[in-house]
Write a protein of this length. Structure first.
Length: 152
């Protein structure tokens, strides 16, 4: 069974729970960009999409590296995480990401820019589609002919 929901992700809000998309260990989660642009600094930076700023543009924010929630991704990147266990990884979504849940938790999305004073100058939002395929790692049904003797 697959659950699909659309979600608006605000740039200045920090982590945002995706209602209706509960995730259990083994579920396959896909986050896909649908529409929109946002900026990590409305006064000094251009609008960008879910992949964040290109390397040259991202360098303009080198003095604010401690504001990134995921250091390896550019500012403005759409990122995702599962909340429920501190050991869950953070995912770089960009235009699309698919991953298998390593545990039970709530899916949260946000911009790669820490909430609070770092995100106060952010503007706009992205719309994404989230699909969770539940129980996708269940074992296959047993072969009904297994263990039977055939052709005496």
């Amino acid at each position: 069974m697959t659950t699909t929901v659309n979600q608006v992700v605000e740039s200045a809000t920090g982590w945002q729970k995706v209602p209706g998309a509960s995730v259990a260990k083994g579920d396959q989660v896909t986050v896909r960009f649908v529409a929109g642009e946002w900026t990590a600094d409305t006064r000094n930076m251009p609008m960008t999409g879910p992949a964040g700023y290109d390397a040259e543009t991202n360098q303009r924010l080198d003095g604010a590296q401690d504001c990134k929630v995921k250091a390896s991704a550019p500012f403005g990147t759409l990122v995702a995480r599962l909340v429920g266990d501190k050991g869950f990884p953070m995912y770089t979504v960009g235009t699309k990401a698919t991953f298998r849940a390593t545990g039970n938790g709530d899916l949260e999305l946000g911009m790669n820019d820490t909430a609070g004073s770092c995100s106060a100058d952010n503007r706009a939002s992205l719309t994404v589609r989230v699909s969770v395929t539940h129980g996708s790692c269940r074992r296959r049904p047993a072969d009904p002919t297994a263990g039977r003797r055939t052709g005496r």
